[in-house]
Design a protein around this ligand. Structure first.
Ligand code: SF4
Length: 288
């Protein structure tokens, strides 16, 4: 018998290809993760990324029938089977809190993204979940300009889905140093605007530093980085409304080559930065 805990983030724990359960301390229950990136491929390479053997690329062709049957089976097991007993979940955590499309790579890179979102929402609807749960898409947002991704976000919005859109830096140095992403500031802003226009959008930002300037630059611990970030948020808020900002630090060790070069923000640093963002008029959630 296996025990599923807040520490157990093994995506294979339930034995599915696309579905992985996670107990989320933050949300206080079960998060049903859906991973399209079974090949551990992403179009970015963030220095803090926890994906093992991360490679550059897109999600592989999706097996829609398998995804549908895995999700239906898993929901059946959770709602009417012995899932909670088998995994020895404490009673207060026996509630579905969210259905999170969050992969070992960038989920919107899957071909037919909109078809996948449509399929997931149909399977979930058929399961008749009594509790109120939240759909979440965790994305780096770099492919939001694509028509297929926008179509998927529109469907997601019909189900009150939320986009958690990554923004770790508003500078060229930061985007390159933290995310290894060749994205211009203009493009980054445009993607955030598009996302927020189509669907409820939270900005999700990892606040980190580098052990020394030789090892990298651009983490949000840096005061200049914070100023650039606040300026971008202010510009963004003139055009769209955002749900807010989620700030977090390095919760688990990076599995990238830079693991020993990056440093976590302290709770004080996170809270100080959060206060500055709140002064812009945004809601901020902080997790250390
Ligand atoms: S965007 Fe996400 S999956 Fe891709 S490299 Fe960054 S942290 Fe990893």
């Amino acid at each position: 018998m296996s025990r599923l805990s807040v520490k157990n983030h093994d995506r294979d724990v339930a034995g599915y290809r696309y579905i992985y359960p996670v107990i989320s301390r933050r949300s206080g229950g079960l998060s049903i993760g859906i991973n399209f990136n079974t090949n551990n491929a992403c179009n970015w390479r963030c220095v803090y990324c926890q994906v093992p053997d991360l490679s550059i690329g897109a999600a592989p062709e999706l097996d829609f029938d398998l995804l549908a049957s895995e999700l239906a089976d898993f929901l059946q097991d959770v709602l009417h089977g012995s899932f909670y007993q088998r995994f020895q979940l404490e009673p207060k955590m026996r509630v579905i809190k969210d259905i999170a499309i969050s992969g070992n790579g960038e989920p919107t890179s899957v071909r037919d993204f909109a078809k996948a979102i449509n399929l997931i929402t149909r399977v979930v609807e058929r399961a008749n979940i009594a509790e109120s749960y939240q759909y979440v898409l965790i994305t780096n947002g770099s492919l939001v300009h694509k028509a297929e991704v926008q179509k998927g976000l529109q469907i997601f919005n019909q189900y009150n889905g939320q986009v958690w859109h990554k923004l770790d830096s508003a500078t060229d140095i930061g985007r390159e140093g933290i995310n290894h992403a060749g994205l211009s500031r203009h493009k980054q802003l445009e993607n955030l605007i598009t996302s927020a226009k189509l669907c409820s959008t939270w900005i999700q930002s990892c606040v980190l530093g580098f052990a020394s300037a030789d090892q990298g630059q651009g983490g949000l611990i840096d005061v200049q980085e914070q100023q650039a970030y606040l300026a971008l948020l202010a510009e963004l808020m003139q055009q769209v409304s955002l749900q807010g900002v989620m700030l977090y630090s390095l919760a688990r060790p990076s599995l990238q080559a830079e693991a020993n070069m990056i440093t976590s923000a302290s709770m004080d640093q996170l809270n100080n930065f959060a206060d500055q963002i709140r002064r812009l008029g945004l809601t901020v959630k902080v997790s250390g």
